[in-house]
Design a protein around this ligand. Sequence first.
Ligand SMILES: [Mn+2]
Length: 412
Amino acid sequence: MSKKTRQIQVYEQMQKNDVLILYSGVQHHISLDAYHPFAVNTQFFYLTGIERKDVILVMHKNGEMDPVLFIKRIDPLEEKWQGKQLTATQASELSEIKTVKYLDEFDKYINTLMMQNDIQTVYFDLYRNSPTDLPDYNMVMAEQFKKIYPSVMVKNAYALIAPLRMQKDEEEIEKVQKAIDITQSGLEFVMQTLKPGMQENQVQANFEYKIRYNGASGPSFATIAGAGYNGTMLHYSENCGPCRDNELILLDLGAKYEGYCADITRTYPINGKFTERQKQIYDIVLKANQTVAATAKPGMTTVELNNVCKEVLANGLKEIGLIKEDSELIKYYMHGVSHHLGIDVHDATIASNKELRPGAIITNEPGLYIDEESIGIRIEDDLLITQDGCVVLSKDIIRTTDEIEAYMAQFK
Ligand SMILES: [Mn+2]
């Protein structure tokens, strides 16, 4: 789907004279003259394909769609320090938007727009994750806008865009697939090099080296490398512990490629051989993973998929005598099995669009975390929902205990 099609799909949801303003964002300051790496606003990126700071998209619903982009005027001195800036031609090609203006024209443009039209509603990206978060740049700009134009109703553009992002088009599927393939190369390098005595951060380094070498822009989120007991903590990312003989290492990680994320988890035996007990638990998690992949299809919700997953895990744990009642599963499995995946690792979702539709890319990540035995196992694949089921986009990343042992044995 072209960027233009995405813009049209948003435009069609707007009422006559509604305005949408999206900022690509700014670099966040750390200290003195140091800044965080730039992270583009993902609603903006979805609609424009532009991953640059200081760009604004404006759409005014008024007959034929004619969006406008505002970019920075090229400053040769700034280019000398910070590299080539986005040109109007590049901006236009990436976004399929023909009208490109400059940031110094923005205030006047908006004021004329507001004065000459009966604008009642303006959309900004107002997504909020936690009440304790600092407001995002788009939210700050929305607040400023409200001060200047207090009579205008400010609405959330996220609600227009998230439902579209929940089904991926061909280009997006290709990019996620490529991110997964690069992730595979990183995991294979990890299996080739893993041995007792390493530190978790060295395993992380081997993964991140390989994915960057193979074209990833970087990891799609903070790599989780938890050996032994550390593998039982869901979002452990200190990665500063030792990799001991006879223990497992849980690796939850992914490569980012052209703005799209992979999210994969594999659990490997540090010395190349699973113990009988590790295998026993591993195979329960694997069965849950396989059952979810065999079940996922359009019309289901991720909550329903998690119920399927929980049933397999609970039955497995009852069979080996670790629990007696289904209700005890919460002690060893306490998260959901799926989330959407795309431009964001936990990709845009909206409550009104719960049922999976063809084109959705979701994770499949059952796990069991037995603290008292220092066994943490998660097996996470990425699924593409199709017309009648799903395909496992990460099917080529080996996952059975036999496959993993045979692969690792080649490098001993
Ligand atoms: Mn995940």
